[in-house]
Design a protein around this ligand. Sequence first.
Ligand code: DLL
Length: 450
Amino acid sequence: MLKSTHEIDMTNCLQGNYFDPEIETLPREEIRRMQLEKLQRQAAWAFERVPWYRERFLALGIKPEDIRALEDVRRLPFTDKQALRDTYPFGLCAIPLDEVVRLHASSGTTGKPIVVGYSRSDLDAWSDCVARLAAMAGVTRADRVQMAFGYGMFTGGFGLHYGCEKLGCMMIPAGSGNTERHLMMIADYKTTVLISTPSYALHMCEVGESLGFDWAKSGLRVGLFGGEPCTPGMKREIERRMRIVCTDNYGLTEVNGPGVSGECLFSRDCQHIAEDHYLWEIIDPATNEPLPEGQEGELVLTPLNKQAFPMLRYRTHDLTRITTEPCGCGRTHARMSKVRARTDDMLIVRGTNIFPSQVEDVLTGIQGLAPHYRIVLDNDAGMDRVTVMVELQPDAFSDSFEQIDHFRHHIVDRLRQALLVTPSVKLVEPGSIERTTGKSRRVEDNRKKP
Ligand code: DLL
């Protein structure tokens, strides 16, 4: 049976496939009432049990009782990665360590990882959030879900595993790597749902195609992708090649892991935030002031049910915008737009600010380019230089030097218009940019500091 993008079976994806309908369709005033109660409880919990928070409350001259309205969240202190580093490994823990039943960690770019612990009830709440996002993407208990994240300190593997298991799916814990074995399992076990980063899914497409794997004949129908940005171009590409519905889910270790938000099949470019578990704010990262609904800014999250490692106003550094407008799926929880950039991934090149997502937008809009690229920065010649290395699609390859060079100039022009900086462009052979089984690394900054 041939599946085309238009023939994708959406039966399970339509309205009604809720994990917890009562909570997911709660009127907004009731969501806010519930959030306030939980916020008051979390503030008191952190104040009473974590010296780091108590000190911050006292320094700000506030007490948990000062939280009388949801807007009072702004009176609470922010938490950031540095707080977790300063208190490494267990300084932010609010319960006796013998009640912590799991640890996860996220590797930072420098030094020690940040560590978070979970109580039994934290794990329960976490898997509810994940079961919900899977249901939103149309996954049901009839699905066979193949895991391509590693089972390790990264929250992706265990987090999505236990959530989908809670939904009642058949979990296939294949783990990361060994793409050929993944393909064999998809075929033999009639896997219907794949969990991975979007970049690994693209890599799977390539390996599959090189081995003659017939995606149309596979039973795969949904991708639960996350852990890194998925551009509209990547999404289209994966849907076309794997012939599946490609959905995106978002989360971060500090506030549990995956499960903060997930995509429903009505508003494909947004993700519903689990508002009974997370209070969100959008702030201007430069002034820390709140921004009006709909405006892009930094997402700040306060988990509302976290026992072991409570986090108040965690600065995610992720840029997004949020709407509370009703959604066609019937869910009332707010929706965040896809995270495309972080406040800290901005590159300053000769005084001009560049986001890697701007480069990606240009490249994915040009026919003949594969969605595999790398931005390399250096200052060997005394001045910042940007080189964009990008792969050609096999059918865009040409023996004519003039033709390739003309194409390259066209890409340089398009990048210059978007970035206001002129990069060098290197067109490289299909398959030559390193593939990863996890999150992809797009930027290589080799600039020497003065
Ligand atoms: O990546 C948790 C996760 C695992 C989410 C699997 C979804 C699926 P960390 O390793 O702590 O946790 O990285 C968190 O990754 O602040 C974002 O910058 C980025 N990120 C995660 N999911 C998405 C997404 C996990 N769907 C950091 N879109 C976050 C864009 C994402 N960025």
